[in-house]
Design a protein around this ligand. Structure first.
Ligand code: RET
Length: 326
């Protein structure tokens, strides 16, 4: 019995296998928490994938996107729980007291803090996916979606550059990131909302719920950055708890709320179709199955450029279009 308890306490040996890189770094308790977040992300990815596969083949795109972003996060959390994916960066503000260490007494003149670049790699991949999942359900023109994704990448990469900068110039990068985020909020609040309204009141309602949840959560990230990566006010362990809770809310919880909203909607109204190449592949598959299916499938219109599928085609026509798996 005692041996079992001993094993449970000592089971997380990560910090001995992959040693800490910085003076100000995580604890084993933080690693335990990160393993828990890893497990939830992975379980959510599997759950979302299963949910998607319980739906007809043309109505799985959002579920697969959500599953993929949770899976990506699980890899990032595997990395952080294993104490991998961080770089030591000298802090701008030495706050010995708050961190429970007196660095000067310890003889450390230039204390470093762990900056978890693994997290920014995750966000570079997953935040565009979250935005896509939101705005693809609004019928917003592709050209504007590209702009939105561009500023999202600017926001995350400037956050990474700022975090890796030891001097006060980090706040310059942070400012770029905040401006990019404000632009994203502007597009979500006006352009995307207007598009969703044109699709119908049910789409508008679903969009408002999902977009509000997303915006409130995203707003907290730069605050955590300011007191963790940027200002070195809170410990890396508290940083892991704060970002971890936020990531759980912004990925699995947001995704489940968003999927519940859009599962109820009529996919046909989005006018989705595959790109020309996959249309061809799709038709080829039909051809292999026999001449009957080939003749029954005219090429559906493709949604590109500034044309909103819904704006271009009246609803009745959109409904009549053949459904292609997306
Ligand atoms: C940074 C610092 C630079 C300024 C701003 C930031 C915002 C980050 C956001 C991240 C969202 C992450 C999500 C992860 C999901 O798991 C990069 C912290 C504005 C909004 C949703």
């Amino acid at each position: 019995m005692e041996a079992a308890a001993d094993f449970l306490v000592k089971r997380n040996n990560v910090l001995n296998v992959n040693p800490l890189v910085a003076n100000i770094d995580i604890t084993t308790a933080a690693s335990d928490w990160l393993w828990a977040v890893f497990a939830v992300m992975l379980a959510s990815a599997i759950g979302l994938l299963a949910w998607g596969h319980s739906r007809p083949i043309g109505e799985r795109a959002f579920h697969e996107l959500a599953a993929a972003l949770c899976f990506t996060a699980s890899v990032a959390y595997f990395s952080m729980a294993s104490d991998l994916g961080a770089a030591a960066v000298p802090v701008e503000f030495v706050r010995g007291g708050t961190l429970g260490e007196n660095w000067v007494a310890l003889g450390v003149t230039d204390p470093t803090r762990s900056i978890w670049y693994a997290r920014y790699i995750d966000w570079t991949i997953t935040t565009p996916m979250l935005l896509l999942s939101l705005v693809l359900a609004t019928g917003m023109p592709l050209s504007q979606i590209f702009g939105l994704i561009f500023f999202d990448i600017v926001m995350i990469i400037t956050g990474l550059l700022g975090a890796l900068t030891p001097s006060r110039y980090k706040w310059g990068f942070f400012t770029f990131g905040c401006v990019a985020m404000l632009w994203i909020f502007y597009v979500l609040m006006f352009t995307a909302r207007k598009s969703a309204t044109l699709l119908g009141s049910d789409y508008a309602k679903a969009y408002t719920v999902s977009a509000s949840v997303l915006a409130v959560l995203w707003f907290v990230y730069p605050i955590i950055w300011g007191v963790a990566d940027g200002g070195n006010v809170i410990t890396p362990t508290s940083e892991m708890v704060a970002y971890g809770v936020l990531d759980l809310l912004a990925k699995p919880v947001f995704s489940f709320i968003h999927m519940m909203q859009i599962s109820r909607l009529d996919y046909a109204r989005l006018g989705f179709s595959s790109s020309k190449v996959s249309d061809g592949a799709h038709q080829g598959l039909l051809h292999e199955k026999g001449p009957m299916s080939q003749s029954a499938t005219p090429r559906p219109s493709t949604v590109v450029g500034d044309g909103n599928a819904f704006h271009n085609a009246p609803a009745t026509q959109a409904h009549a279009q053949p459904q292609v798996a997306v």
